[in-house]
Design a binder for this molecule. Structure first.
Ligand SMILES: Nc1ncnc2c1ncn2[C@@H]1O[C@H](COP(=O)(O)OP(=O)(O)OP(=O)(O)O)[C@@H](O)[C@H]1O
Ligand SMILES: [Mg+2]
Ligand SMILES: [Zn+2]
Length: 152
């Protein structure tokens, strides 16, 4: 079967190879509501992929991802690739990757953690395990392996 193509974008970002069903979470992370009114956002759900079976794709015009958003995407969609499009061409493409420390992306699920005490302390986690990802809060050492409910 021939793949149905989405209209090409001139400038923007393509987030490809998103695990099946996770595109809506990716949209939540990048906050598409705040996008400029002239930007088209295309979402393809359940697309056949050679690499990962089924995948989702998100294409956003006129937007580049902040490092914080890349980290959040790496947590919930670790197979994703990010391509920067300039003048209709792929300028740069890379897999998302998780740094050893992740600040400000997730809330610590421990209610007694200092990062939840109205102190001006930003949350920070270190990677305790990579496959599958487990994070450890730098402050209270709580282990976190579920990210969607804890996105800040
Ligand atoms: N102008 C464009 N507008 C919208 N999407 C684009 C544009 N150019 C490339 N893409 C998309 O960006 C992604 C990366 O492009 P590339 O040409 O590297 O894809 P590819 O050859 O399928 O590589 P791979 O799937 O291995 O990452 C693909 O999802 C492609 O469909
Ligand atoms: Mg491809
Ligand atoms: Zn904590």
């Amino acid at each position: 079967m021939r793949e149905l193509k989405i209209t090409p974008i001139k400038n923007g970002t393509v987030i490809d190879h998103i695990g099946n069903g996770l595109a809506l979470e990716v949209l939540r992370i990048i906050g598409v509501r705040e996008l400029d009114r002239d930007s088209t956002v295309s979402v393809a759900l359940h697309v056949r992929s050679q690499k990962i079976g089924w995948k989702d794709i998100v294409k956003v015009e006129n937007m580049e991802l902040s490092p914080r958003n890349v980290n959040a995407i790496a947590l919930i969609a670790p197979t994703a690739t990010i391509a920067i499009i300039r003048d209709f061409k792929v300028q740069e493409k890379r897999a998302v990757d998780l740094p050893d420390r992740i600040g400000g992306v997730l809330k610590c699920p421990n209610p007694s953690c200092i990062t939840n005490q109205h102190e001006p302390v930003e949350s920070e986690f270190e990677v305790a395990r990579r496959r599958p990802v487990v994070l450890r809060c730098t402050y209270c050492e709580r282990l976190v392996d579920e990210f969607l409910p804890n996105l800040a």
